[in-house]
Design a protein around this ligand. Sequence first.
Ligand SMILES: Cc1cc2nc3c(=O)[nH]c(=O)nc-3n(C[C@H](O)[C@H](O)[C@H](O)COP(=O)(O)OP(=O)(O)OC[C@H]3O[C@@H](n4cnc5c(N)ncnc54)[C@H](O)[C@@H]3O)c2cc1C
Length: 403
Amino acid sequence: MHKLLVKLSSSSSSFSSNPLRHSKNQRFILPLLPSSITSNPFTASGSPPRPSIPANRFISRFGYPCSADLFRKSPTLCSNSTTFGVIWSSRCISSEAGRESIEYDVLIVGAGPAGLSAAIRLKQLCQQNNIDLSVCVVEKGAEVGAHIISGNVFEPLALDELLPHWRQQQAPIEIPASSDKFWFLTKDRAISLPSPFDNKGNYVISLSQLVRWLGGKAEELGTEIYPGFSASEVLYDASDKVVGIATRDMGISKDGSKKENFQPGVDIKGRVTLFAEGCRGSLSEKIIKKYKLREEVNAQHQTYALGIKEVWEIDESKHNPGEVVHTLGWPLDPKTYGGSFLYHMNDRQIALGLVVALNYKNPFLNPYEEFQKLKHHPAIKRVLEGGTVLQYGARTLNEGGFQ
Ligand SMILES: Cc1cc2nc3c(=O)[nH]c(=O)nc-3n(C[C@H](O)[C@H](O)[C@H](O)COP(=O)(O)OP(=O)(O)OC[C@H]3O[C@@H](n4cnc5c(N)ncnc54)[C@H](O)[C@@H]3O)c2cc1C
């Protein structure tokens, strides 16, 4: 199963003015769906039930979603000579030198399947253990799901563990994988081979839609999700422990001076900060290097591929919901690892993509051009003709590790 590298800084005390300074640092490799966790990793705050909070999308005076203004409306103020702010349970907003600082029990960076699953699981554990932890997810996409481009054959085992009743809860998982084709392509032929995949019991879905649905589930459980926040910096305390992230200042001119529209970034702190940025996350990479996480477990270096994908609406007569096609060979040369996929989703839509491993030797190879060529292969062109492109995107994928 997919694993997340997590740097946990856990504190045995509830928040004081700077509780993070007293925190004990621990490192964990946390499974994506930690169903095996039964003990409470945090100290029960013993706080009264929190008033329900309208979900997300509060636009701060800084022009992007921010909970800071929301917190200021809370009746309980915490103040001292240098900070002002509001405390709600273990969540606090303060402002120093024009920079907002918001504190949570758990801060999750990235609202992809991993980050949202972790948020949901944490909140489930809170309910089971009758404790109240504030969980915040920051997402750089303008909305949850906006940066998720995977057109996807989905294996539901992990979701069965996380939300066993998803089938009764309108999850956007409707089209069972109905056939598995595996073709070796030459320039003008598609040679059928026995499929190495077993997609029985799997579904053809839009991962972006599933992630939006997961976001709703996380919010129902009390997670605060803030799209439009890009974590640009890791925050450390004096003893080099991770205490959260900072968002970037906006409105800085090329020479470094502040423009009229300057908006300072926000510090978002967590007793635990979980990095779920997906493949080659910018902050995760820094943390992996800083704490030598690969060296510590003698891990292999990671390898990557680029996935280019388009969603097409095709002619009804060519649409076969649930059909799954993978190809090898043309247009890639024999030395380049990769292949294409064509998944028939619902509503006459298909996901067509090409994955090219990024260790290709030919410096002139252009994955985008190879994808254009693929669309002209007779076996693919036949499906696309008369259709319309609805969406397109590209994203790196991990090639190593558990798949
Ligand atoms: C073209 C393609 C096809 C694929 N097909 C399949 C398939 O058929 N089946 C399958 O099981 N898997 C497939 N995958 C892989 C699958 O998409 C990933 O394994 C999965 O999305 C990983 O989930 P994640 O939550 O770890 O990361 P991601 O899905 O990448 O989510 C990370 C989230 O974090 C956000 N983020 C990143 N950095 C920051 C930051 N600094 N601040 C704030 N937010 C941040 C991103 O915007 C994103 O929303 C495919 C991938 C691609 C690219």
